[in-house]
Design a protein around this ligand. Structure first.
Ligand SMILES: *[C@@H]1O[C@H](CO)[C@@H](O)[C@H](O)[C@H]1NC(C)=O
Ligand SMILES: *[C@@H]1O[C@H](CO)[C@@H](O)[C@H](O)[C@H]1NC(C)=O
Ligand SMILES: *[C@@H]1O[C@H](CO)[C@@H](O)[C@H](O)[C@H]1NC(C)=O
Ligand SMILES: *[C@@H]1O[C@H](CO)[C@@H](O)[C@H](O)[C@H]1NC(C)=O
Length: 299
């Protein structure tokens, strides 16, 4: 696997430098009292950590920020259960680029659970039955990208929702930039899977399209905000302009990106449909004032 590491090491060094300068630049603002704008951006940083530091970086390198650049993790405990995925060289290259594209504002990292057991539980919940053998996101490229499909559903609709509420021009610019990168990554993941939509997710008798549809339906059920995510193949009535069933990009009936409330996002990420009960990817809950406020507002 020497090849896998040679190419990325140049990318790593360059991107590390960019990430670090960025974090220093933003740190200045943190000396001031947190603003509502800051709270909104901080909320979504939880999901930047989930994708970048944790799932993508581990999947592509077998290691997380703690091993590669401990100064970038802003404190917070190391993740649980991340590991090297058996990726083909092309996907490994792409995922490593994604890992280093994450821009983490100065917010502490939450405890994250990215163990294969956790993904298996989400897959069982989506399938409505216990899959045998358990779904393993690290087993091969297709499984890793199916898991990435799920993870890439968290941040983008959150950025769409918060952006109109931001007052601060610096943070608006940041969010517009993050939104572009996050949707770009989601589109790359969905395009790869769309090309393979009729493949079976071995060894289950389920196609890639069916698997993505059930993941999206699970997200919609747990989120409790109606339809906010769609799989790769939909009835034509729900496709673009009500005309096509291919659904490589997920968008609403007006072909606009879906927006999701912060509470709906953690209802899914916690795996329980309840924003007041941590679990799932965030065993102790997401960080920041917004996510914390949900915990005290238990129904
Ligand atoms: C950000 O600021 C905190 C103190 O407010 C400091 O401890 C930390 O080292 C700073 N981070 C960076 C990357 O400079
Ligand atoms: C906007 O946010 C930036 C970065 O967080 C901060 O430096 C700046 O002071 C804020 N501006 C206002 C007017 O609050
Ligand atoms: C991580 O998730 C798995 C599957 O739910 C669970 O067995 C394990 O206890 C979790 N770890 C923590 C620390 O919550
Ligand atoms: C989109 O349109 C379809 C068909 O008219 C309808 O069934 C569905 O509820 C609509 N979705 C939303 C989110 O409005």
């Amino acid at each position: 696997m020497a090849l896998g590491y040679t190419l990325p090491s140049a990318v790593l060094v360059t991107s590390l430098f960019i990430l670090r300068s960025y974090s220093l630049e933003l740190n200045v603002s943190q000396a001031q009292a947190p603003t509502p704008d800051h709270d909104l951006v901080e909320f979504l940083q939880n999901f930047e950590y989930l994708g970048a530091d944790q799932f993508f970086l581990h999947g592509a390198t077998g290691r997380g920020l703690d091993a590669i650049a401990p100064e970038l993790n802003q404190g917070g405990p190391p993740p649980l259960g991340g590991k090297l995925a058996a990726l083909d060289p092309f996907t490994k290259d792409v995922i490593l680029q994604f890992a280093w594209q994450k821009r983490v504002v100065d917010c502490p990292r939450p405890l994250l659970n990215i163990s294969k057991q956790l993904f298996a539980e989400f897959a069982n919940q989506a399938a409505g039955q216990t899959l045998s053998p358990p779904f393993d996101p690290y087993a091969n490229t297709l499984n890793f990208l199916l898991a990435s499909y799920g993870i890439s559903e968290f941040a983008p609709p959150g950025y769409v929702r918060i952006s109109p509420h931001l007052q601060n021009a610096t943070l608006k610019t940041l969010v517009a930039g993050l939104l572009g990168v996050e949707f770009g990554q989601q589109a790359v993941i969905r395009a790869y899977l769309y090309e393979r939509r009729n493949f079976l997710v071995f060894p289950y008798p389920v196609t890639v399209a069916e698997f993505t549809n059930s993941l999206s339906e699970l997200g919609n059920r747990l989120g409790k905000e109606g339809t906010k995510s769609e799989g790769l193949v939909v009835p034509p009535s729900e496709g673009a302009e009500g005309k096509v069933s291919g659904n490589v990009l997920s968008a609403d009936n007006d072909s606009l990106s879906y927006a999701k409330e912060p509470a709906a996002i953690v209802r899914v990420a916690y795996g329980r449909g309840n924003e007041a009960v941590p679990g799932g990817f965030f065993p102790r809950g997401a960080n920041g004032r917004i996510a914390r406020s949900f915990l005290t507002a238990a129904p």
